[in-house]
Design a binder for this molecule. Structure first.
Ligand code: UD1
Ligand code: CA
Length: 464
């Protein structure tokens, strides 16, 4: 890591083209605000905390970044050159240092590319070395003008470019290394004589050249590395590139994706080897999946921890939950926050859980609601069982001790406790605690009237 490198990140603009109430750098791609990817990048190449230029919604931006950076405020957004100048105070002692400028809205650059840029800067003894790229569509990027010797002579912003210049395919990625002294001295002399009436950082290139200083450029191998987020469409592109990278890394670590293009995955998610992910799965936040799991189509996990050899069947949704090894969930189960399924637990189709802890080997296989509950080991909950946890005012708890058997279609009116090994007969409404090893039954006895149906049919015939 070069010791003499300071980093400035530009993040004061609102991002008008996003058409959003939220400042651009806080828009999320693959689960993280885009500025965070840029902060990671800065940390990869410099051990100095970067100076982030903030302006629009600066409280929110500073809150997201916290102590990962120093801040300089740009009160009015007068252009990228003006933005960099705001760091002059913070970097006062940095005259002899190299200054890497990153844009808060360019999150996909790889550390290796920045290292190449830094090396080239030193090797060629440049005053400025910038990153360029050749995207399929040069769009609104600044055009790189080279002379007949292929030297970079100036950058022309798309809005200022003439028809000839517009055709240039090489564009400015918005990533630069300057020598500290050259940067701050010349920034003060920029003018706003351009289409946008702004102080363009990009004008420094021609200024340095006119002083006889050396300027170099590195062309990014992969134009995706320099995609800037200026619109929702570019945000979507950036998100898909990040996800592609995440999926590629996970595959290299031993995860199978049956159709990776259909999987939505945050960059914060981890998955263990030999797990198989089916199509149309969404994995968000701090979700952690262990080894050897099967994650079937339509599974949606948010901040959920999954152990090893777990089977998540089609359509299962889990939020803020924990699922231990060898459990099986779904199809179409809904684990709401505070659910904890122990080892070998089975939660079957159309079962909803909330703040429910299931002991090892417990089962709720069909059509149940289990909320605010403690379920012991090897408890068997029959089809259609529900915990009546809410009395209109308070949420009350249901406790089923180890080995309890709950017959189908039981209502457990909480607060209620069923003691260890007890049985509850099907169709019961349990309003009182059941002692260990007892049988509780609360249904009305069955009545049978022989021949009733025959007599009814005959009566109907006579009326015809
Ligand atoms: C800029 C470059 C362009 C380059 C492109 C690459 C200039 C004049 N143009 O254009 O050559 O191809 O980036 O992505 O530099 N910002 C501030 N304060 C300001 C203005 C901008 O902090 O007063 C910040 C923005 O928040 C953003 C970054 O600087 O993070 C770039 O600004 P933006 O307006 O997006 O510049 P581009 O038009 O993309
Ligand atoms: Ca931009």
């Amino acid at each position: 890591m070069p010791q003499n490198l300071e980093v400035i990140i530009l993040a004061a603009g609102l991002g008008t083209r996003m058409k959003s109430a939220t400042v651009k750098v806080l828009h999320r791609a693959a689960g993280r605000p885009i500025i965070e990817y840029v902060l990671d990048l800065a940390a990869d190449v410099s051990d100095q905390p970067p100076v982030v230029i903030v302006g629009h919604q600066r409280e929110a931006v500073q809150k997201t970044i916290g102590n990962r950076a120093r801040f300089a405020v740009q009160e009015q957004q007068l252009g990228t050159g003006h933005a960099v100048l705001q760091a002059a105070g913070a970097l006062e002692g940095a005259k002899d240092r190299r200054i890497l400028i990153l844009s808060g809205d360019v999150p996909l650059t790889r550390p290796a590319t920045l290292k190449k840029l830094i090396e080239r800067h030193e090797l060629e003894r440049n005053a400025l070395t910038l990153l360029t790229m050749k995207p399929d569509d040069p769009a609104m990027y600044g055009r790189i003008v080279r002379d007949k010797d292929d030297a970079v002579v100036k950058i022309v912003e798309a809005k200022d470019a003439n028809a000839e210049e517009k055709k240039i395919g090489e564009v400015n990625a918005g990533i630069y290394i300057f020598n500290g002294e050259d940067l701050f001295k010349n920034l003060r002399n920029l003018s706003t004589n351009n289409a946008q009436g702004e102080y363009y950082l990009t004008d420094l290139l021609a200024v340095l050249r006119s002083q006889g200083q050396r300027v170099g450029a590195v062309v990014a191998d992969d134009p995706a590395e320099a995609i800037g987020v200026n619109s929702r469409s570019e945000l979507a592109t950036v998100e898909s590139v990040i996800q592609q990278r995440v999926v590629d890394r996970l595959m290299s670590e031993g995860v199978t994706f049956r159709n990776p293009a259909t999987v939505v995955i945050d960059s914060t998610v981890t998955i263990g080897a030999d797990t198989v992910v089916y199509p149309f799965v969404t994995l968000e936040g701090m979700t952690r999946i262990g080894e050897g799991c099967v994650v079937e189509p339509g599974v949606h996990l948010i901040n959920t921890k999954v152990g090893d050899d777990v089977h998540l069947k089609t359509g299962t949704v889990a939020d803020d939950s924990t699922i231990e090894d060898e459990a099986s969930v779904g199809p179409y189960a809904h684990l709401r926050p505070g659910t904890h399924l122990g080892k070998h637990v089975k939660v079957g189709n159309f079962v909803e859980t909330k703040k429910a802890v299931f002991g090892e080997g417990a089962k709720a296989s069909h059509l149940s609601y289990i909320g605010d509950a403690e379920i012991g080991k090897d408890v068997n909950i029959g089809a259609g069982t529900i915990t009546c946890n809410y009395d209109g005012v308070n949420k009350n708890k249901t406790i089923l001790e180890d080995g309890v058997f709950i017959g189908s279609d039981t209502q457990l009116v909480a607060p209620v406790r069923v003691g260890q090994g007890a049985y509850v007969g099907a169709g019961s409404t349990i309003t009182k605690d059941v002692p260990a090893d007892a049988l509780a039954l609360s249904r009305t006895p069955q009545k049978v009237i022989p021949g009733w149906a025959t007599r009814r049919r005959e009566g109907l015939k006579k009326r015809e």
